[in-house]
Design a protein around this ligand. Structure first.
Ligand code: SAM
Length: 267
């Protein structure tokens, strides 16, 4: 029924209907928490904005985040992961960049009073998120110096990108991390467990290329999964040493971790 509706109603119309519904809900039950976008403004996807950010903050702490660190949030969206760091980062700094200008503008406005937080828009192309982008993700140089950060994280970003793009981004992460610095990156990993999953939260049924699959062939950026062996090879190539994999609940019902898989690596 849902997919039949999708076929019949054009995407722009469906999006407008959704926006109007969110606007009505915002009027009825406004979101009042600081630095949380209204439902109509948000483009991040499902889930509770505050809860997801708070949970990820705990993950960062568990992996060694301290208040004096310089951190980078690649694909920071509307600051879902930045929000819980405001009270925490004292001597440290937060930098975030994203390809969606409206999201970065929103963050710039809502973090004006936090001088150690900086948000940058970058003109990288992604069919789902930034059709007017002029730079390929596979060729993009992060606007930061070598060895600038103690910790880099990406949540639900490589899950919207292709193999050549993630390779370049990992090389850039290796460049801008300080020696000993850590990166925490979420993925959908195709491995023994996820292939055997009876009813995964996402069904990666379509080959995109020989190392990745998608749920949506018409719009593969909607959700991308990569062979774990390929991903391991990328980390090796970029000199980032994998320390741990936390298998996410999307294909591992007993997982105590987040929805997506997460790789923790060290430079
Ligand atoms: C599902 S959202 C997640 C946002 C944020 N990381 C969070 O967890 O709230 C995916 C984000 O990835 C960003 N993105 C997609 N391709 C990107 C790229 N090549 N470079 C940086 N960000 C990208 C999108 O603009 C979007 O904000």
């Amino acid at each position: 029924m849902k997919s039949r509706l999708k076929q019949l109603v054009p995407l722009a119309v469906r999006q407008e209907i959704k926006r109007q519904m969110f606007k009505r809900q915002d009027r009825r039950d406004p979101i009042t928490a600081a630095r949380v976008p209204s439902r109509a403004e948000s483009f991040i996807g499902g889930g509770d904005f505050e809860h997801v950010g708070n949970m990820f903050f705990k993950t960062l702490r568990r992996h060694g985040l301290t208040p004096d660190m310089d951190v980078l949030d690649v694909g920071c969206g509307q600051g879902r992961m930045a929000r819980p760091l405001v009270e925490f980062l004292g001597a440290g700094t937060y930098s975030g960049f994203d390809i969606v200008k409206s999201g970065i503008d929103w963050c710039k406005t809502h973090y004006l009073d936090v001088p150690n937080f900086k948000f940058d828009h970058v003109p990288v192309y992604n069919k789902r998120y930034n059709k007017s982008g002029v730079v390929k993700a596979s060729e993009f140089t992060f606007p930061y110096k070598d060895n600038q950060f103690d910790m880099v994280f990406l949540t639900s970003v490589f899950t919207h990108m292709f193999a050549k793009d993630v390779e370049n981004y990992l090389l850039e992460i290796a460049r801008i991390l300080r020696p000993g610095g850590k990166c925490l990156i979420t993925w959908f990993l195709l491995n023994e467990q996820s292939r055997a999953a009876r009813e995964p939260f996402y069904n990666f049924a379509y080959d995109f290329d020989n190392v990745s699959k998608t749920t949506t062939p018409k719009s593969p950026e909607a959700a991308m999964a990569f062979d774990e062996e390929f991903v391991r090879g990328l980390y090796e190539k970029t000199g980032l040493v994998m320390q741990d994999i936390e298998l996410g609940s999307w294909a591992n019902p007993n997982s105590e971790f987040q929805l997506q898989d997460m790789i923790i690596a060290k430079k």
